[in-house]
Design a protein. Structure first.
Ligand code: C2E
Ligand code: CA
Ligand code: CA
Ligand code: CA
Length: 278
């Protein structure tokens, strides 16, 4: 019976067959992507609304495939997470971002941080903290200039284990951001249970501010996060009306195409210097 239904899928669902084939192929090719130098990082600044200066810079992974060209992270990160490849890839991101950031001229931007996305699978890996220490030691980056962006899904399983890891991260002076807040299983519980410094409100909420209800919800999230002492960041800001709304409601920092698209590291370094002259 089981065998029959399997054959059925293969024979009569060519779309699913192709999808599975693509995923397997991408997984295989992702395995060699680091070695072949196909991965790189783009950097997107986020701006402090009180000062107009760069508050932090998010590292975003890019994959230039020899035949397919640019493969979007939303396509390959889930595959990397499912196959465990996110562990070596995440280590490469950490190392590369910290090394590049350590080489930038931060003079006058000491408050500014490099912000790196970390997947659950990567963080619960037994070597995670050791790798972090090793990367900091090797690159010489000041831990105070590092922030890790974690999605809420990190908090669902193994809360005790995660708490211990978060404590170790905090002990080193590294900051913690809750990423994609409002997307998926948002729970206000996480905000009080975990030692986060920053809350990044997901783009969906920012897009939603075109409706009255959306404005009420987003304004309340900003207020709540601020009352809890968190730095509130809005992601995916594309329109000046959104920016005006966020300023009015006391959002601390903004990130999005309206202000700056993700750029290569040398361009990002120039931005830091330009801001320094002001
Ligand atoms: P994210 O962490 O929510 O990152 C923000 C995403 O929104 C980025 O997409 C960024 O390029 C995009 N973005 C920024 N401003 C705007 C805007 O104004 N409008 C729109 N439409 N989009 C904007 P990207 O680079 O494609 O990355 C997608 C996701 O992939 C990220 O979402 C993050 O979850 C994941 N990701 C990227 N790099 C890494 C990484 O190094 N490690 C891990 N674990 N995940 C990563
Ligand atoms: Ca992020
Ligand atoms: Ca994210
Ligand atoms: Ca997001």
């Amino acid at each position: 019976q089981a065998r029959q239904s399997y054959i059925h899928v293969v024979e009569f669902d060519p779309v699913m067959d192709e999808e599975m084939h693509d995923r397997l192929q991408l997984a295989t090719e992702l395995r060699t992507a680091i070695r072949n130098g196909e991965l790189s990082l783009a950097y997107q600044p986020r701006i402090d609304l009180a000062t107009g200066r760069i508050a932090a810079i998010e590292a975003l992974l890019r994959w230039q495939h020899p035949e397919l060209g640019h493969v979007r992270p939303s396509r390959f990160i889930p595959i990397a997470e499912q196959t465990g490849l996110i562990v070596p890839i995440g280590e490469w991101v950490l190392e590369t971002a910290c090394a590049q950031a350590a080489g930038w001229n931060w003079q006058g931007s000491e408050e500014c941080r490099i912000s790196i996305n970390i997947s659950v699978q990567q963080m619960v890996h037994p070597d995670f903290v050791a790798v972090l220490d090793d990367v900091l030691a090797r690159t010489g980056l000041n831990p105070k200039q590092l922030e890790l962006e974690l999605t809420e899904s990190i908090f669902i399983e193994n809360p005790q284990k995660i708490s211990k890891i978060l404590d170790k991260i905090k002990e080193r002076g590294i900051r913690i951001a809750i990423d994609d807040f409002g997307k998926g299983y948002s729970s206000l519980n996480y905000l009080k249970r975990y030692p986060a410094d920053t809350l990044k409100i997901d783009k969906e909420f920012i897009t939603g501010t075109q409706s009255d209800t959306g404005q009420i919800i987003t304004a309340s999230v900003i207020q709540l996060a601020r009352d809890l002492g968190l730095t509130v960041v809005a992601e995916g800001v594309e329109q000046s009306e959104q920016l005006a709304f966020l300023m009015r409601k006391g959002c601390n920092e903004v990130q999005g195409y309206l202000l700056c698209r993700p750029v290569p590291h040398d361009v990002c370094e120039q931005f830091l210097q330009q801001f320094d002259l002001q």
